[in-house]
Design a protein around this ligand. Structure first.
Ligand code: ATP
Length: 245
């Protein structure tokens, strides 16, 4: 079953072609990675997936629905953790989880989510008083408290210490095992390699390559996904230079 379908997606900001003809599908239960340099179009693509931006062209379907038109319904079924999302400074951790759970028709038990994400020690702390790492953890927990079918995570472990990063990987492993579809935007290619079933390598608003991590490594004769991505991005840049001539 297909969870996400993106066909020929285009999005411009003024004269900038942020996304320039992107197509991919994500199967239900798959963990799908988006990687690429700053400004390659990853965040714009996921913003279109969650209905925060309206495409200029192409189609996007998430669980069979158009996110630009059915955002409210999808908010019940899709968990989102985006870069730099903020909460009111005075909102406490436990309150935030209870509040978010209350917004969903069939949420997870918010106390279990709090415990599973190690947030118990800071349950009474206000959002404004949390360190960057705790804020990040809370945002992840909030993305999951609605027991979503699809989770979109942009910069999953940015700001987390190495132990928290590994804990997070384990939690994503649990999510995968439960059949949740995960879309993961990351600059950490070790993370992408460890967690993702397939990876789309973005370059200048397009997908330069798409495949399983091992497949991309083999295709480029590289030693790791990191090296493979460098090679693929370089190839895309060389092709764009050639086209421009
Ligand atoms: N709100 C906006 N207004 C104008 N230009 C934008 C806006 N958001 C993004 N862009 C531009 O669109 C392009 C794609 O940006 P986007 O944030 O989607 O890339 P990204 O791959 O997610 O980058 P990063 O890894 O830095 O998050 C960039 O050139 C960026 O400067």
């Amino acid at each position: 079953m297909t969870a996400i379908e993106v066909k020929d997606l285009h999005k411009r900001y003024g004269g900038t072609r942020a996304v320039d003809g992107v197509s991919f599908t994500v199967a239900a239960g798959e963990t799908f990675g988006l990687v690429g340099r700053n400004g390659a179009g990853k965040t714009t693509t996921v913003e279109c997936l969650v209905g925060l931006r309206r495409p200029d062209g192409g189609t996007v379907r998430v669980l069979g629905l158009d996110p630009a038109r059915r955002r409210r319904e999808l908010a019940q079924r899709v968990g989102v953790q985006l870069q730099e999302s903020q909460l009111p400074d005075r909102l406490r951790v436990a309150e935030a989880l209870r509040l978010y759970a209350g917004l969903h028709r069939a949420p997870a038990d918010w106390r279990s989510v709090m415990e599973r994400w190690g947030l118990e020690p800071v349950r009474n702390r206000s959002f404004g008083d949390l360190s960057g790492g705790w804020k990040q953890r809370l945002q992840l927990a909030l993305a999951l408290v609605g027991a979503p079918e699809v989770v979109v995570l942009d910069e999953l472990t940015t700001g987390l210490d190495p132990v928290a990063r590994r804990d997070t990987w384990e939690l994503i492993g649990d999510l995968k095992a439960s059949g949740t579809t995960v879309v993961l935007v990351s600059h950490h290619l070790d993370e992408t390699e460890a967690l993702c079933d397939r990876v789309a390598v973005f370059a200048a608003g397009r997908i330069a390559a798409l495949g399983g991590p091992a497949e991309l490594v083999e295709r480029t004769g590289s030693g790791s996904l990191e090296q493979a991505c460098f090679a693929l991005m370089e190839q895309a840049r060389a092709a764009a230079r050639e086209d421009a001539r």
